[in-house]
Design a protein around this ligand. Structure first.
Ligand code: CA
Length: 485
C-alpha cells in the first residue's frame, strides 16, 4: 500500500530506534528511501480558518484548499503566538517568540542577520526563493531569489521589488505572485531541493477583489456569525474599548462607497458586514484558484511527489465574529491559523490532527525534513511526528501567547495568556489590569468570562501557574517591560 511505508516504518524495519536520527538522515540523504523534500510554503494574509470549507466554513467554499486537505493533513489546533502580520512572520522565520526575534509589533524592522530556517536551508544546499508579501521592512535574507511587495503592496498593478530592483506589474496581485512562483520553479537550476515561500497579500484589508470574482455573491446574503451582536457583557474593558467593529470602524474605503445616509445602527452594521465579507471572500476565491494553479503545476512538472506543500495564513481574523473585523486578540477566531500539509507517501491523505501546534514550530519542522539540526535557541518543536501519524506522548498541552501593539491601530490592549486544550486564561495589561478565563468546551464562542467565578478557582490558579511556567520557559519573564518601539 502506497501510504503505509513511512520513514518511521523504515527505521523500524532496519532496526533503528528514534535515537538514531543522524544515521537515518544519512540513509535518507544517500537516497536509499527518498531525497530531502522540496518545500512549498504558501501563506496568505489574514485568512481565517473559518473561511475554508475544509474547516467547516458556513460562508464560502475553497475547493483547491480542500483538495490539499484531502491529500494531506488538516491541523485543527494550529495557533499563532502573537496575532498580527509582521510578528507572526518573524516567528515563522526564526522559530522564536516576538520578544526574542525583536518583532513585537508591525512597526519594527526585522533583523535579518539572525538565524532563520531559510538561511539554514540555503546553507544546507537548498535553492531558496521568497515571492510575494514579506512585510518585515528589511530585505529578505537566506534567499537565492526574492521578489517582494513593498510594505503591504497593492492589489492591482502592484510594484514588486526583485532582488532590490523595483518593477511595476500589470494585473492582479494574487495571480502575479503565483505566476512569478511558477516562473521561478521553471527557471531554477533544479539540481538541488528547493524552498519556495509563496506569500499572498490577499485577503488583507482593504479586500479588493479581481474582475473575475467581482460579481461573486451578488444578490446573496452571507450569513452573519453567531456572535455578531456580542455585547461583551461579562468581559473586561479590553473587549469593549477596541476600535475594530463592523458598525463603527469600517470606513467608506473598506466598503468601497459612502453608505446611504439613512442607514443607522443595526441596519448599517448589517449592510457594512455584507459589503466587507463579500469582498473578503472574493479575495479568498482568487487565492484558492491560484493555490489550484500551483498544485496543478506541481503535478504536470512531476514535482508533486517529492514536495512538502504547506498552506497557512499569518493569523486568523474576525469575520463579523463579536461584531469585529481584524485580529490581535487571543480569542479563538484570530488565534487560530489554518494549516494544511501535503507530502505524498508520508502524510496520510485526508488525515486530521487535534494537537496544539504553533507558528513557532514551522521552522524546526522544515529543518527536520531537510535533515538539519535546529539551533538550540529555537523555541518550537518539529511536528514531523504528528504529520507521520505517530504523536509523541509528551507533545505540548498548552501554549503561550503575547500581543504588544498598544497603543496602536484598533486599540486592542496588550495582553498575554495561556491556552490549554479546554481553557484559556488572558491577562490584559499596560493601561488596564484585567483577567479573563474561558471554558472552551462549555463556551466555545468565549462569551462568558469566568474569572473570579468560585467554581473555577482551582482551574484559574492552575492556569496562572502554567502561564508563569511558560513565561519562564520562553524567557518572557518580564512580560510587561518591553516598550512599543
Ligand atoms: Ca496578517
Amino acid at each position: 500500500m502506497r501510504f503505509s511505508y513511512t520513514r518511521r516504518d523504515f527505521l523500524k524495519l532496519v532496526g533503528l530506534g528514534t535515537a538514531s536520527i543522524a544515521m537515518s538522515q544519512t540513509l535518507f540523504a544517500a537516497g536509499s528511501v527518498r531525497n530531502r523534500p522540496n518545500i512549498l510554503f504558501i501563506m496568505s494574509d489574514d485568512h481565517a480558518s473559518h473561511a475554508l470549507s475544509c474547516y467547516g466554513s458556513r460562508i464560502n467554499t475553497t475547493p483547491n484548499l480542500d483538495r490539499l486537505a484531502q491529500e494531506g493533513m488538516r491541523f485543527n489546533n494550529c495557533f499563532c503566538t502573537n496575532s498580527i502580520c509582521a510578528p507572526s512572520r518573524a516567528t515563522i522565520l526564526t522559530g522564536k517568540y516576538s520578544h526574542l526575534n525583536g518583532v513585537i509589533n508591525n512597526r519594527i524592522r526585522f533583523d535579518g542577520s539572525q538565524p532563520t530556517f531559510p538561511r539554514l536551508l540555503q546553507r544546507a544546499d537548498y535553492e531558496t526563493a521568497m515571492i510575494g508579501k514579506w512585510h518585515l521592512k528589511s530585505d529578505p535574507t537566506g534567499f537565492d531569489h526574492w521578489n517582494i511587495l513593498p510594505g503591504q503592496g497593492a492589489y492591482h498593478h502592484p510594484v514588486l521589488i526583485e532582488m532590490g530592483k523595483r518593477k511595476k506589474h500589470t494585473g492582479y496581485v494574487t495571480d502575479i505572485i503565483t505566476d512569478l512562483s511558477i516562473q521561478w520553479l521553471q527557471q531554477r537550476k533544479g539540481d538541488k531541493p528547493f524552498l519556495l515561500m509563496c506569500q499572498h497579500k490577499a485577503p488583507h484589508r482593504n479586500w479588493q477583489p479581481d474582475d473575475k470574482h467581482r460579481a461573486m455573491y451578488e444578490g446573496v446574503d452571507i450569513p452573519e456569525p453567531e456572535t455578531f451582536n456580542d455585547d461583551y457583557a461579562t468581559r473586561s474593558a479590553a473587549a469593549r474599548e477596541q476600535k475594530m467593529t463592523i458598525e463603527h470602524h469600517l470606513t467608506p474605503k473598506d466598503v468601497k462607497m459612502r453608505w446611504p445616509a439613512d442607514l443607522k445602527g443595526q441596519a448599517l452594521k448589517k449592510w457594512k458586514y455584507q459589503r466587507y465579507i463579500k469582498d473578503y471572500l472574493r479575495c479568498i476565491a482568487s487565492v484558492d484558484d491560484n493555490v489550484g494553479r500551483l498544485l496543478d503545476y506541481l503535478d504536470v512538472s512531476g514535482l508533486a511527489e517529492n514536495t512538502l506543500v504547506v498552506y497557512t495564513s499569518d493569523q486568523g481574523f474576525y469575520l463579523g465574529d463579536h461584531g469585529w473585523f481584524d485580529k490581535r486578540f487571543m480569542y479563538e477566531e484570530s488565534l487560530r491559523m489554518p494549516l494544511l500539509v501535503r507530502y505524498p507517501g508520508i502524510v496520510q491523505p485526508g488525515s486530521t490532527n487535534e494537537d496544539i501546534v504553533l507558528n513557532l514550530d514551522f521552522a524546526e519542522t522544515f529543518l527536520d525534513y531537510a535533515g538539519i539540526s535546529p539551533p538550540a535557541d529555537m523555541q518550537g518543536r518539529s511536528f514531523r511526528s504528528l504529520l507521520e501519524g505517530d504523536p509523541p506522548e509528551d507533545w505540548r498541552t498548552s501554549m503561550y501567547y503575547h500581543y504588544y501593539e498598544f497603543p496602536g491601530s484598533h486599540a486592542v490592549k496588550r495582553h498575554y495568556g495561556v491556552r490549554t486544550r479546554r481553557y484559556k486564561l488572558i491577562h490584559f495589561y499596560n493601561d488596564i489590569d484585567a483577567w479573563e478565563f474561558y471554558d472552551l468546551k462549555a463556551d466555545p464562542n468565549e462569551l462568558n468570562n469566568l474569572y473570579g467565578h468560585p467554581q473555577y478557582a482551582d482551574r484559574i490558579v492552575e492556569h496562572k501557574m502554567e502561564l508563569e511556567r511558560l513565561q519562564k520557559r520562553y524567557g518572557d519573564t518580564k512580560p510587561e517591560s518591553l516598550t512599543s518601539d
